[in-house]
Design a protein around this ligand. Structure first.
Ligand SMILES: Cc1cc2nc3c(=O)[nH]c(=O)nc-3n(C[C@H](O)[C@H](O)[C@H](O)COP(=O)(O)OP(=O)(O)OC[C@H]3O[C@@H](n4cnc5c(N)ncnc54)[C@H](O)[C@@H]3O)c2cc1C
Length: 519
């Protein structure tokens, strides 16, 4: 408040973590004269989920925010994704079917400690001249489209009123504006829960011990397994293992509440560990692992969205605008798209451009993106993600199409491609329908497999180690291979479910009673 005009700003950003601080940087870098205030509730960021970047968020962090050197020095370079499957025949880690890269990855991505990374991004925003109130809490916001917005803020034990032409809501899952304005909606078609912790004592995937114990398994991969996002998968659930600089490992489970029974009894850490130890890979790697006390968390009913993303004077970024699912780590991609587009909206208004059409286009783009992204990639995926044969084909299609259609765009066309969130443009429409179609088919085949007790029948003894995706057209080859695999699957087995009725919108033929509550 050292501004001579009192508590008046051009932009106030509620929430100073990744989405808020990144938006502040984009604004200040383009318009150093803007008076930008970030209001952040916490005194310091604690560790949080959101630790794996993928290619879009890698681009955003490296080339847009300029963090490449910092990421290389202070975090870990990520080596793609790996998936580990199990069934009644998988006694050990080496029996588990595996999908992943044969070599190191080709496009930059990172495994990050979000507490450290978010502090750094915020520090860089401040270095550009952004003002920070911290710890401070944004309360009710009076929205006045086309005029000054007014915020009630608690800072230094005082209630203050702040006015600004723009409010950027970067408050994360608190979703300040969406909840206040009743735009917040639960995504009821996807009832998922996550439980996670940071762990010590997780074995080294690439160390001497496992190489000595399972030499064939170790030599099958010529890259580094440990710095991938390793996914353990099962029916209705998946778990991530993400290594952090310094030795801790982030491990958590996400499950579909309609398909999975969460263990009863014990502390949340004990229940998380006993759930994980059902999988042979966790039994090998985590037998002696210990969660860090005070760092065990859960969140029920993960996905939600806001029916409004912006108006002339406010805009929602990151988790404050919506959340779909952490599978494939799209969270920071969503931050890249929302923060970039939010900054463009504010900058356009500051240049005196007409806002009505821009705001309408922004709302349409993000509403479409959320809906299509969810329907194409995530809806009902938990039915089949744990079946090696189905996931092997889906992974190659999902990732191949992401590389060719989404991730390649900013690398080829520059940051302006971030104005087009996934599935929001006309050329992406046929791909949306295509991806949604094959995901529905795999879910349907998975259901038929479960009825015949065939689900997961190849979850042992198989390995699909791919050379790695690039943005070259050669990466269409695995897509073609996967399409042939899918066609074969349909002819040999899929016909059984061609005319099967899809389950109701909110039911997935639960195998067991839904988990009622988590802790
Ligand atoms: C289980 C799980 C796993 C995930 N894994 C990944 C992953 O691997 N990769 C990935 O990219 N994403 C992942 N995500 C998503 C990722 O965590 C989020 O997308 C990301 O952290 C959102 O960042 P944000 O800045 O929008 O919000 P947050 O990081 O939640 O920050 C919001 C900030 O706002 C502040 N705040 C809240 N209310 C107020 C207020 N009233 N006043 C002032 N400040 C306030 C908070 O203190 C906080 O610092 C995962 C999510 C989940 C649930």
């Amino acid at each position: 408040m050292n501004d001579s005009r009192g508590c008046q700003y051009d932009v106030v950003i509620a929430g100073g973590a990744m989405a808020g601080a990144a938006t502040a940087i984009l604004l200040k870098r383009e318009r150093p004269d803007l008076r930008v205030l970030v209001i952040e509730k916490s005194s310091t960021f604690s560790r949080r989920v959101g630790e794996a970047t993928v290619e879009i968020s890698g681009y955003f962090l490296c080339r847009v925010l300029g963090l490449t050197q910092y990421l290389n020095e202070s975090h870990l370079v990520k080596q793609g994704m790996r998936f580990w499957f199990s069934n009644s025949k998988t006694a050990t880690l080496s029996d588990c079917s595996e999908i992943g890269g044969k070599y190191l990855s080709r496009v930059p991505a990172f495994q990050v400690d979000r507490a450290a990374l978010d502090e750094e991004v915020l520090r860089r925003a401040i270095a550009l001249g952004v003002e920070l109130w911290r710890p401070a809490t944004v309360g009710p916001v009076q929205l006045n489209p086309g005029a000054a917005q007014s915020l009630e803020v608690r800072y230094q034990d005082q209630a203050r009123t702040v006015t600004a032409r723009w409010v950027v809501d970067a408050s994360g899952v608190a979703a300040l504006l969406a909840r206040q304005e009743k735009w917040w909606r639960q995504n009821e078609a996807h009832p998922t829960t996550a439980v996670w912790a940071r762990w010590t004592g997780v074995k080294d995937w690439d160390g001497y011990e496992l190489a000595a114990k399972f030499p064939d398994w170790a030599s099958a991969c010529n890259g580094i397994r440990a710095t991938a996002t390793n996914h353990l998968v099962g029916l209705g659930w998946w778990a991530w293992l993400i290594p952090l600089k310094g030795g801790d490992v982030s491990v958590g489970v996400v499950f579909d509440q309609r398909l999975v029974d969460w263990p009863e009894g014990g502390t949340l850490g004990q229940r998380l560990k006993s759930f994980l130890l059902r999988h042979p890979v966790a039994r090998e790697l985590m037998a002696d692992a210990q969660w860090r006390e005070g760092d065990v968390h859960w969140r029920k009913n993960l996905p939600y969205y806001s029916t409004t993303f912006a108006g002339d004077g406010f805009v929602l970024v990151g988790d404050a605008a919506g959340f779909i699912d952490p599978f494939y780590s799209p969270g920071m991609d969503w931050i890249s798209f929302t923060s970039w587009s939010a900054a463009q909206l504010v900058l356009a208004q500051q240049k005196g451009e007409a806002m009505a059409a821009r705001v309408a286009a922004h709302n349409q783009r993000f509403a479409r993106s959320y809906q299509r992204w969810f329907e194409a990639v995530y809806q009902d995926k938990y039915e089949y993600m744990g079946d090696y044969e189905l996931m092997r084909i889906a992974f190659q299609l999902d990732l191949g199409l992401y590389y060719l259609g989404v991730a390649s765009q900013p690398f080829k066309r520059g940051a302006k491609a971030l104005s087009e969130p996934t599935f929001s443009t006309s050329p992406s429409v046929p791909f949306f329908y295509f991806i949604r179609f094959y995901n529905r088919r795999f879910a349907s085949i998975a259901r038929a497999r479960r009825r015949r007790n065939q689900w997961g029948r190849r979850n042992n003894g198989r390995r699909e180690l791919v050379p790695g995706f690039t943005f070259s057209l050669k990466s269409a080859l695995p897509i073609t291979k996967a399409l042939c695999g899918w066609a074969w699957l349909e002819l040999t087995e899929g016909w059984r479910s061609w005319f099967a009725r899809a389950p109701g919108k909110h039911s997935l033929h639960p195998l067991r009673a839904p988990a009622s509550s988590v802790p």
